[in-house]
Ligand binder design. Structure first.
Ligand SMILES: NC(=O)c1ccc[n+]([C@@H]2O[C@H](COP(=O)([O-])OP(=O)(O)OC[C@H]3O[C@@H](n4cnc5c(N)ncnc54)[C@H](OP(=O)(O)O)[C@@H]3O)[C@@H](O)[C@H]2O)c1
Length: 338
């Protein structure tokens, strides 16, 4: 039986869901990957807990003050980091130091927060390449909706000509409420906030930054581009008027916040903005909190994925899908060695 020791940095809604799901799947990991997976550390911003023998669910309620930070994770003996801290694409956020130190030490990293990947993606990819560590980012790229995996696995070998995505559930919910429920922007936002579908500070979503972050990650990690946020033209939904929505509706068009990547003279370009889609377009039928991606390839045609759950549990499941890819990879590498 092989061993895999996991540490979780960032223990809010998503970090906790990752821990619970990971502990409940240990038998599956033994059966499919012949690997004893243990959780050896978890931490928030100021406290945490570690045990090289493996933590159970009960011990995760007794964090010790001061047990936190990249060095704490390194000292835990983990060989996989799952990073689930707050995201800040302008600074890289606290995740940056955790991910950089893990990758430098050769630890595989599964990253859920987008900030560090957007801010320092090239640097982190270089660190991973230099140490041979794996860097997996499903949780940061629309989580339960398969996006980066389509590029990395399903469409491998094809040239990607274009990507269009509805990558933010909150803005899709708001636009859907405005165009089908006849609400104005402020009313739709207040209702979504009451129902817990929109954050109390919704700017990151409604101004298009969250979509832009995901798009950048798909371009840089999935298509090996080198875009920064300055390269992306970003428009949100905050100034879409009721009159504009009504005019689109009268023409049978459906407004969606769409992130696009395309090529001009061999260089990747990206933009985020509202597009009024024809009913014949499958993306026009992505309703409520759903997301979707359409990838146009040279030989496999157009591929559309749609749906995917949202929230901490769905996000945790996406991160643990990344863990299974790592376990499968490690098993294969070990078998090749024997
Ligand atoms: N919620 C979702 O459905 C969802 C979906 C996709 C992606 N994500 C991403 O997943 C990440 C986590 O989301 P969440 O909903 O779990 O957020 P959350 O509930 O606010 O939890 C954030 C956690 O990060 C911890 N943290 C802050 N600074 C830290 C530091 N320096 N070192 C270690 N931990 C630190 C916080 O610790 P304290 O409690 O001690 O402050 C808290 O435990 C975010 O980046 C989010 O964008 C979330």
């Amino acid at each position: 039986m092989r061993e895999c020791r996991v540490a979780i940095a960032g223990f809010g809604g998503v970090g906790r869901a990752v821990a619970e799901m990971l502990l409940s799947r240990r038998e599956r990991y033994r059966q499919f990957y012949r690997t004893e997976v243990s959780l050896v550390a978890a931490c928030g911003s100021r406290s945490g807990i570690s045990d090289r023998a493996g933590l159970g669910w009960e011990s995760l309620n007794s964090f010790e003050t001061g047990a936190s930070g990249p060095d704490f994770i390194l000292a835990s003996g983990a060989d996989v980091l799952i990073e689930a801290g707050p995201s800040d694409f302008r600074t890289g956020g606290p995740g940056l130091a955790y991910i950089a130190s893990a990758l430098s030490a050769g630890m595989d990293a599964i990253v859920i927060s987008k900030g560090a990947l957007v801010h320092s993606g090239r640097h982190l990819r270089d660190l991973a390449r230099a140490s041979g560590a794996r860097l997996k980012i499903s949780g940061a790229t629309a989580a339960a909706l398969p996006t980066i995996d389509l590029l990395d696995y399903a469409l491998r070998g094809c040239s990607i000509l274009r990507i269009e995505g509805i990558l933010n559930a909150t803005t899709n919910h708001l636009l859907h409420a405005m165009s089908s429920g006849g609400m104005g922007f402020a009313e739709a936002l207040a209702e979504a906030q009451d129902a817990g579908f929109a954050e109390s500070d919704p700017r990151n979503d409604i101004e298009g930054w969250d979509t832009a972050c995901k798009l950048l990650l798909l371009a840089n990690f999935g298509l090996d581009a080198d875009l920064t946020m300055e390269d992306v033209s970003v428009e949100g939904i905050q100034s879409i008027s009721e009159a504009r929505i009504a005019a689109w509706r009268a023409e049978g068009l459906v407004p969606k916040l769409v992130g696009r990547i395309w090529y001009e003279g061999g260089t990747a370009r990206a933009s985020v903005g509202v597009q009024a889609l024809d009913q014949a377009d499958p993306l026009a039928h992505v309703t409520d909190n759903n997301k979707a991606i359409r990838i146009t390839t040279d030989f496999m045609g157009d591929v559309v994925a749609m749906g995917g759950g949202s929230g901490p549990t769905a996000t945790a499941a996406a991160a643990l899908k990344d863990l299974e890819h790592i376990l499968a990879d490690r098993l294969l590498a070990a078998e090749r060695k024997d």
